[in-house]
Write a protein of this length. Structure first.
Length: 278
């Protein structure tokens, strides 16, 4: 069996195992239900109670995705690799002629596919309703779904790093919850505080750099560039400095996937070599 076949086999196993996680499907169902509720009862999350326009709905969906997709990713990945080590199965797997690189790649790929399936189920089913009932542009909803998958991949990579740094599932769960709260709530509040403290004189370049330091805000910025119907003011992304090209935002969001994943693999390889994973 060559390396690619090994990676695929491990990925298939991980997809099967992850999709048995009832919490992932619970949050996926919550994503579906919240999307339908927004369509039926208006866009209260953006302050437009009773508003049923496609723009107001899409603006609300951006916030919903920015909150729930990172949560799904962190729930899914908070015990990545560490659970296998604590159960003793990782030691048995690595006894076979299997490189740590192939194992890590297959594991991450399997988790990513499981995450993608959970997000797509939550968004696509409700998307059919939104396109037909509310008049949301189908192409914009597709773009939103693809950006949601990119956001989820970024937080999945972060969850792998958190899991390996925590060394046990209990700490990983606590750290993941803290990371989620910080990324989707506290970070923007800190930026608001900085803006207030500076009297609105914060340089646009610095403000843009601060926004890029959060994958959730990168997601929002891309949404505001690529989803015209959702251009209504929404959070810090609405007051982002002009001139940030889409390619730069995509590159930064890609780095939010690649850098934590690479760091996770380096840490995994280092600890496997020293038999000090936990």
């Amino acid at each position: 069996m060559n390396t690619s076949e090994v990676v695929v086999a491990i990925a298939r196993k991980e997809v099967t195992d992850r999709l048995r996680n009832r919490w992932v499907w619970t949050v996926s169902a919550l994503l579906f239900l919240c999307t339908v509720v927004i369509a039926l009862f208006g866009a209260a999350p953006v302050g437009v109670v009773g508003g049923k326009g496609a723009g107001a709905v899409m603006a609300s969906l951006m916030n919903l995705v920015a909150y729930l997709v990172p949560l799904i990713a962190l729930i899914l990945g908070c015990g990545a690799i560490i659970d296998e080590k604590q159960r003793g199965t990782l030691d048995l797997i690595l006894v076979y002629p299997l490189s740590p690189r192939a194992y890590f790649a297959g594991t991450f790929l399997g988790f990513a596919l499981a995450l993608a399936l959970a997000v797509v189920v939550g968004l696509v089913l409700s998307g059919l309703f939104l396109v037909l009932w509310v008049g949301v542009p189908a192409i914009e909803y597709l773009i939103l779904t693809l950006l949601a998958l990119a956001l989820g991949a970024a937080f999945l990579a972060l969850s792998f790093l958190v899991s390996l740094l925590s060394r046990e599932r209990g700490r990983a769960i606590a750290s993941s919850v803290f990371l989620w709260i910080f990324a989707v709530f506290v970070f923007d509040l800190i930026l608001v505080g900085i803006l207030v403290a500076s009297g609105g004189k914060l340089p646009a370049t610095l403000f843009g750099a601060l926004l890029l330091a959060n994958p959730s805000d990168c997601f929002r910025l891309l949404c505001f560039q690529w989803l015209p119907s959702a251009a209504a003011p929404l959070g810090l992304a609405a007051v982002a400095p002009a001139g940030l090209p889409a390619w730069l935002l995509l590159a930064i969001l890609t780095l939010w996937v690649a850098v934590p994943a690479a760091a996770s693999y380096a840490l995994f390889q280092y600890r496997v070599d020293r038999d000090a994973l936990v």
